[in-house]
Design a protein around this ligand. Structure first.
Ligand SMILES: Nc1ncnc2c1ncn2[C@@H]1O[C@H](COP(=O)(O)OP(=O)(O)OP(=O)(O)O)[C@@H](O)[C@H]1O
Ligand SMILES: [Mg+2]
Length: 462
């Protein structure tokens, strides 16, 4: 039930307003001065206040200021018989939702009431969502290695310094980047992610810096780049190790100059972004090999954060598994000592992502609520959907079905390609390595199959 408080020293106004609101099924409280009103706020969960300006004891404006500060969730509508623009402006500046003039109009009262309550509901929902995402992005782990990372993130977030996050696949680099943004002064600004490996070299400049209309053949209209979109926030340059040398040169220039020009544009635009980059490559080694610009590496690597692989924080593995199970609404599942031992002694090349995959598999395939080592062993070894249903070709060397288990840990494109390659190898082996026969059997054009055989470098024949 929605609760409304009326603070006004005129009994007539209190009565009239209360009856209007009660007719709409709101629960109404009244107070003849602000101090009594504030007392009511301590006891009742009020949603909305109608507050008179000229009041004995504590003036309406002071009361407004105090209520907004102490109870920012409550909307306040200021009412006054001595309305003037200055006062209305002041009230709104102090956080009033709206300002109504006496004599009050029934329509206006009800409209403002509805609007204020709608806004309040949206704000609450928004807060709830934010809290949830905060929780979702929590960095789990109790090991000294991960504690250390968390501390580094806390310290680094406070400054505007560039950060380079490194670590093997699935160690939580993106999670760390988001945490840095969230803990920084820029948290209210945007977090813009760029997967440098996924953008073709020809498009990267326009993607990052934007372009003016007609800058190149496909540039239909003007477009802001990711750096501009991230203004006031953080840009996350993911997989930076996969960026081409020419793109690196462009990024370096923008960092050095603190400004950019859109492709095909004249105007220089100041950039106001915090740069966080990540890679699973060893950038120092890449520099030595001439694949990464040393000057850019130095610029990005102001604060290095290395995410430890799971083998350096074994005690976190069971915690992570339980965390993911909880996230998947399976918090009833418990691990016994054997299961914990199994988790900690196993190697996890896919790191945290692999643990998450295991949690998914448990939720889908296991119906009990106590997990022993044997169960995990089964689930880990089982490569769901693949080797069970595939008839053996009799030549396991040719048909590398064994590899399928690991594709579950790859990125989408890589997984798709690995699957396609292994599938075609299998079908070719099954059809004696004959392209036309295989193509017919699986329903694609021989030319298409031929192209794929070339693309994946598949060896035909034994
Ligand atoms: N310490 C952690 N606590 C909770 N969840 C984690 C943790 N580390 C990673 N994750 C989760 O594991 C998954 C993989 O993490 P993330 O994508 O951040 O890794 P990454 O290092 O960017 O991987 P890649 O190198 O493959 O891009 C995500 O779902 C992430 O939320
Ligand atoms: Mg990543």
């Amino acid at each position: 039930m929605t609760r409304i408080l009326i603070i006004d020293d005129e009994p007539g106004i209190r009565r009239a307003l209360a009856s209007i609101l009660e007719d709409e099924n709101y629960q109404v409280f009244t107070a003849e001065d602000a101090l009594i009103g504030i007392e009511i706020l301590e006891k009742e969960r009020i949603n909305l206040i109608f507050l008179d300006v000229l009041l004995p004891n504590l003036g309406g404006m002071e009361a407004l200021e105090r209520i907004r500060k102490e109870r920012p969730g409550i909307e306040v509508v200021v009412i006054s018989g001595h309305a003037n623009v200055d006062m209305a402006v002041r009230a709104v500046k102090l956080g009033a939702f709206d300002f109504l003039e006496k004599p009050l109009s029934l329509d206006k009262v009800l409209t403002v009431c509805r609007n204020a309550l709608t806004i309040q509901k949206l704000r609450e929902e928004n807060l709830g969502l934010k809290k949830n995402t905060l929780k979702k992005d929590e960095i789990i782990g109790k090991s000294p290695a991960i504690e250390n990372v968390r501390e580094l993130i806390r310290q680094a977030a406070a400054s505007d310094a560039r950060i380079l996050i490194t670590g093997e696949n699935g160690t939580g680099k993106e999670l760390a980047a988001r945490a840095i943004h969230r803990l920084s002064d820029r948290a209210a600004g945007p977090f813009v992610e760029v997967n440098c490996a996924a953008i073709p070299d020809t498009l990267i400049e326009s993607e990052l810096f934007g372009h003016e209309k007609g800058a190149f053949t496909d540039a239909g209209s003007r477009r802001r780049g990711r750096f501009e979109m991230a203004a006031g926030g953080t840009i996350f340059l993911d997989e930076i190790g996969d960026m081409s040398l020419s793109a690196q040169a462009k990024v370096l220039r923008v960092i050095q100059e603190g400004k950019l020009e859109r492709v095909g544009g004249e105007k220089t635009i100041d950039i106001d972004v915090r740069i966080v980059a990540a890679t699973n490559k060893d950038l120092e080694e890449e520099c030595k090999q001439g694949r990464f610009r040393q000057d850019l590496f130095f610029r990005l690597n102001v604060i290095p954060i290395k995410l430890p692989p799971l083998r350096e924080r074994e005690e976190d593995i069971p915690l992570l598994l339980l965390h993911f199970l909880k996230e998947m609404n399976a918090s009833h599942i418990k691990l016994d000592d054997g299961a914990i031992g199994f988790l900690m002694s196993r190697s996890w090349p896919g790191n945290v992502r692999e643990v998450k995959n295991l949690a998914e598999r448990i939720v889908v395939m296991y119906s009990g609520d106590r997990i022993e080592a044997g169960v995990l062993q089964n689930l880990v070894q089982k490569k769901p959907g693949f080797n069970e249903n595939f008839p053996s070709s009799g030549d396991p060397e040719d048909v590398k079905i064994q590899e399928f288990g690991t594709i579950l840990n790859l990125g989408y494109t890589e997984a798709k390609n690995s699957f396609e390659k292994a599938y075609l190898e299998f079908q070719l082996a099954r059809n004696g390595g004959i392209i036309s026969r295989t193509a017919e059997a699986i329903g694609i054009y021989p030319s298409n199959l031929h192209a794929k055989v070339k693309k994946y470098n598949i060896r035909i024949g034994r």
